[in-house]
Design a protein around this ligand. Structure first.
Ligand SMILES: Nc1ccn([C@@H]2O[C@H](COP(=O)(O)OP(=O)(O)OP(=O)(O)O)[C@@H](O)[C@H]2O)c(=O)n1
Ligand SMILES: O=P(O)(O)OC[C@@H](O)[C@@H](O)[C@@H](O)CO
Length: 446
């Protein structure tokens, strides 16, 4: 099947074009925050085998399409590779029946530089299919043969630029390179009768992970020479380079995050890691005037969320700063309304967030905080206003924005105030950490 550019495999601006509040399209995007600095100095493409059925996951959906925070797993891996601006093409091998679904993912999450090829019945055959697409100058294919090719499982979403650069740089010098990790369990060899024959000395062995990288000609030659047996039953690309091209891969120590999503527990682990990563920044947005409520709440949040960067901005400036806030990967906003029970300020912020399209990739949490002192404000008459939160929340949920309300009692008594703010910070922290869409539109009280 011809490789099919999807979503534009030309090296266009990577990632979704985030709009500044004025609507101007910015070339910068979350994808292209490639760490400035070292590049491999050669042409690099990537092949992602994504044609498996995920049998060990034990669910009908092939695991690469299983959702994490309502977004398919493979989209996180594509995003990770797209952040690396020196990877010029990403070839994804998927089954024929999943092509349309894959196209839809690429369009929805605005992935760039992607070309699709048909996968094979084994992982090696899928990889070979991707390599062929790069090797052969096929008509209307925008792909060209790279000097170095990265091979990376589509179900390993946590790959960073540094290890990609390491394996590519090592592959340029050695012909092949692959990430490795210390073994967790000891490897044993069973005898024919199912008893222990011998065990390997764990310290002398490593677990082979991904990414791997190869001089394109080395790995393509290896696959062309490869026996059917190896194509059918092999699991190690580095071994193919050694066996068929006498190329000894350089082994590169990888980080613990390089693991492969294989079992259901791995999906839960991946979701926890993603939630943790997108909960690291909170932006407190308040009305035009600065007030002590925000300062106190900011302090409480900093106490509650130790590693989290909490900043605050007046809403009137948020528009201009929003682009910067987004580029800082902030997906959590607390909109403070002091002694008012309407949602004008919160709605302004929601409008900016919707326009920025920040929530394409991750659910954005917005907590609409309303300070009140029911001694001075008859609570009942304000409840009607506050109940509007459900309607607003239902509407913005369609754009992956999770809106909740939080009433913080603001008594005159200093100690009671501290307690209310502490409780409010705890609730905000939980909403951000859990990102539970079941709480959308709820009005909580601290
Ligand atoms: N015929 C195949 C089999 C696997 N893969 C891909 O190779 C990667 C790693 O393989 P693995 O974890 O084994 O995936 P599955 O084969 O889907 O899992 P299982 O063995 O549990 O069925 C995955 O991204 C998978 O989609 C592929 O492209 N083509
Ligand atoms: O065997 P699986 O298809 O589960 O995994 C394929 C590869 O990820 C695995 O073999 C690594 O050790 C890297 O070679």
């Amino acid at each position: 099947m011809e490789p099919r550019p999807s979503g534009g495999s030309k090296p266009a601006e990577p990632g979704p074009c985030l709009r500044s509040p004025g609507g101007a399209c910015q070339g910068t995007s979350a994808y292209s925050l490639s760490s400035a600095g070292a590049e491999p100095g050669c042409s690099v493409a990537a092949v992602l085998p994504a044609g498996g059925c995920g049998e060990r996951m034990g669910v009908p959906t092939p695991k690469q399409f299983c959702p994490i925070l309502e977004r398919p797993l493979i989209s996180y891996t594509l995003q990770a590779l797209e952040r690396v601006c020196w990877i010029k093409d990403i070839v994804v091998a998927v089954t024929r029946e999943n092509m349309e679904a894959m196209d839809g993912i690429i369009q929805r999450y605005q992935h760039k530089r992607i070309s699709l090829v048909e996968s094979g019945v084994t992982r090696h055959r899928s990889i070979f299919s991707g390599l062929k697409a790069l090797a052969e100058n096929r008509p209307n294919s925008k792909l060209s043969k790279p000097e170095v090719v990265i091979i990376h499982d589509a179900v390993r979403p946590f790959v960073e630029e540094d290890v990609l650069l390491k394996v590519v740089t090592a592959a340029k010098e050695h012909g092949a390179a692959g990430a490795v990790r210390p073994l967790v369990s000891t490897v044993i060899s069973p005898s024919a009768d199912g008893c222990l024959d011998h065990s390997l000395e764990r310290a002398r062995y490593k677990a082979s992970e991904m990414p791997q990288a190869f001089l394109f000609d080395v790995i393509y030659e290896a696959y062309q020479q490869c026996s059917d047996y190896d194509l059918e039953f092999g699991t190690e690309c580095l071994q193919l380079a050694l066996k068929y091209c006498h190329t000894k891969a350089k082994l590169v120590e990888g980080s613990p995050d390089l693991w492969k999503v294989t079992y259901k527990r791995d999906l839960y682990a991946a979701e926890s890691i993603i939630k943790e990563r997108i909960s690291q920044q909170i932006c407190i947005v308040m009305g035009t005037k600065e007030n002590e409520h925000v300062g106190l709440l900011e302090e409480m949040l900093k106490n509650e969320l130790k590693q989290v960067n909490v900043t605050s901005r007046p809403l009137c400036h948020a528009g201009r700063d929003l682009q910067q806030i987004i580029l800082e990967q902030c997906y959590n906003f607390v909109c403070v309304n002091v002694m008012n029970f309407d949602f004008q300020e919160t709605q302004k912020l929601l409008g900016m967030l919707e326009e920025s399209r920040l929530s394409i990739l991750y659910p954005v949490v917005v907590v609409s905080v309303h300070f009140f002192d029911y001694n001075s404000v008859p609570f009942g008459e304000k409840m009607e206003n506050l109940m509007w939160i459900r309607e607003f929340a239902k509407e913005v949920k369609k754009r992956n924005i999770l809106l909740c309300g939080l009433l913080i009692y603001y008594p005159q008594d200093e100690l009671k105030l501290q307690e209310s703010l502490r409780q409010g910070a705890t609730i905000i922290a939980a909403l951000i950490k859990e990102r539970n869409s079941g709480l959308v539109g709820q009005l909580l009280v601290a």
